[in-house]
Each structure stands twice: as structure tokens, then as C-alpha cells.
Write a protein that binds this ligand. Structure first.
Ligand SMILES: [Zn+2]
Ligand SMILES: [Zn+2]
Length: 152
């Protein structure tokens, strides 16, 4: 299979999954929703809404940043995109939905995924004891990345 055919296959699979979820939720299937969803999933990293805008703006020249945010929020509600709080003010979106933690460089802002299948069950138990219904926890390890440490 050529790389092109493979890319088309992945996009078709992503479109199929989103179309199914949108219909289940009674939402319209639009090309902008399909393209934003593809953009987040195809890049396999942590993206700001501005970066998502940049990657779809060629195909959708009239799309605005508020529309990107609204679309990302809808995808988040559908469970297809995860919002990452970095603690540094930047809001990032990612497609990886399996539980994991993040390491964030406090100097350059680089974010990497860290395997951590069990994020603090004690915190969940504590939240339950305080009357909350816990949904998810995010763990961020702050420090300096390799490049920033090397730069001194
Ligand atoms: Zn760094
Ligand atoms: Zn991540």
C-alpha cells in the first residue's frame, strides 16, 4: 500500500468514527468538524487551537478561531479529543485518549507524554469523600527538558 493510500484510509476511518458520534449525539456532520478532527488526530501531538487553525486554514480559509474552539469543545464532549491543562496558561488539545501524564518544561513549554496508567487513585477517593463525582485527573510533572538543561 502506498503512503497516500494509507493516509486516505486513516482519514476515512477518522471521518467514519466522527460521523457516527455526531449522529448519535444529534449533531450535524460538517466538513469543518471532519477537518478539525482529522487535524488533531493526524498530527499525534499536543496542539493549541491556533495550530489547529493553521493546519485547516488552507482547506477552510474562512474558519475563525472561535469556531475552532467551539469545534474542539464539541469533539471533547464526544470523547474524541482530550484537553490538556499545562498549568502555564496554554490550552492544548490532543487525540491520545489513553490515560497518561505529561512532563512540561518550565522554560520552553515543551510537553511530552509520560506513561502513567494509574493517575492518583487516592485523589479520586478523596474527591469522592468530598462529595464530587470524579471524571478525570491530570498530572503534570514540571521541570527542565534536555535541551534547556544543556543550554544551562
Ligand atoms: Zn525546555
Ligand atoms: Zn498527551
Amino acid at each position: 500500500m502506498s503512503a497516500t493510500a494509507e493516509t486516505v484510509g486513516v482519514a476515512a476511518e477518522l471521518d467514519r468514527e466522527l460521523t457516527e458520534r455526531l449522529r448519535e449525539g444529534g449533531h450535524r456532520v460538517t466538513s469543518q468538524r471532519l477537518l478539525v478532527h482529522r487535524a488533531v488526530h493526524e498530527q499525534q501531538r499536543h496542539l493549541t487551537a491556533e495550530q489547529v487553525l493553521g493546519s485547516v486554514s488552507q482547506a477552510l480559509p474562512s474558519i475563525s478561531l472561535p469556531t475552532i474552539y467551539a469545534t474542539l469543545e464539541l469533539l471533547e464532549d464526544l470523547g474524541l479529543v482530550r484537553r490538556v491543562s499545562t498549568g502555564t496558561g496554554a490550552l492544548l488539545f490532543e487525540s491520545r485518549r489513553t490515560p497518561h501524564a505529561h512532563a512540561a518544561c518550565r522554560r520552553c513549554g515543551q510537553i511530552v507524554d509520560v506513561p502513567a496508567p494509574q493517575i492518583d487513585p487516592d485523589a479520586f477517593a478523596g474527591a469522592r469523600a468530598a462529595g464530587f463525582a470524579p471524571e478525570e485527573a491530570q498530572l503534570i510533572v514540571f521541570g527542565l527538558c534536555n535541551a534547556c538543561r544543556a543550554a544551562g
